[in-house]
Design a binder for this molecule. Structure first.
Ligand code: B4P
Length: 193
């Protein structure tokens, strides 16, 4: 089993590239953002609680997202591997993920960390907000709050995995195809080892 974390700030291209990578490598795509938005669209209690938090640009509690990931892992016992997109976003989530994978006798193979400047992130997210209907992409204030939350709580996740020598930095600016090639070359290197 080969498991990948696609890591980076909001708007760095995680969702965009994940869609292509899961198709290319036959992995199961686990996006906590997508799982939360599905709860919101089904108007579940969890979704209603999460929506208020997401609309402020803040992170949903660790226990909520870890529970969603644990259940998704259990539902895919035959997976060739998982692509984690937007998860883990805190060190506590990273530790929980390591434990869950350890119980399944597997681990993270690589953390691909996308590097994009703040002005490009803001531009991309506000641009997506014009058509996506996502309330967290609509206002510059909320978009910037998400980036602040990333620096406060999420960027340390890369340091956590650096200790295990698992992080590779990827230039996340350029065309979607150019960035995909960079990501695939890092994955292929590890798969051939
Ligand atoms: P996510 O759904 O993970 O949202 P995101 O970070 O904005 O998405 P992503 O980074 O995938 O977007 P992409 O660049 O592909 O999270 C939303 C919210 O959910 C969080 O703020 C938080 O509240 C909550 N949440 C999720 N996971 C959580 C967790 N683990 N713990 C706690 N809370 C959690 O796309 C952005 C735009 O850029 C698109 O329009 C795309 O077309 C464009 N784009 C992509 N690549 C490009 C390129 N190369 N050039 C130009 N544009 C590009």
């Amino acid at each position: 089993m080969f498991n990948i974390i696609l890591f980076g700030p909001p708007g760095s291209g995680k969702g965009t590239q994940s869609a292509r990578l899961v198709e290319q490598y036959g992995l199961i795509h686990l996006s906590t953002g997508d799982l939360l938005r599905s709860e919101i669209s089904r108007k579940t209690a969890l979704g209603m609680e999460a929506k208020a938090i997401m609309d402020r640009g803040e992170l949903v509690p660790d226990a909520v997202v870890v529970g969603m990931i644990a259940s998704a892992l259990d539902h895919n016992p035959m997976a060739k591997g998982f692509l984690f997109d937007g998860f883990p976003r805190t060190v506590a989530q990273s530790e929980a993920l390591d434990n869950l994978l350890h119980q399944k006798k597997t681990s993270i193979g690589v953390v691909l960390a996308m590097q994009v400047s703040e002005e490009e992130l803001v531009k991309r997210l506000l641009n997506r907000g014009l058509t996506s209907g996502r309330s967290d992409d609509n206002s510059e204030e909320v978009v910037r709050a998400r980036i602040v939350e990333y620096h406060k709580k999420t960027s340390v996740v890369a340091d956590y995995y650096r200790k295990f020598d698992k992080v590779v930095e990827i230039k996340g600016e350029g065309s979607v195809e150019e960035i995909l090639l960079l990501l695939c070359s890092e994955i292929d290197k590890r798969l051939s080892n």
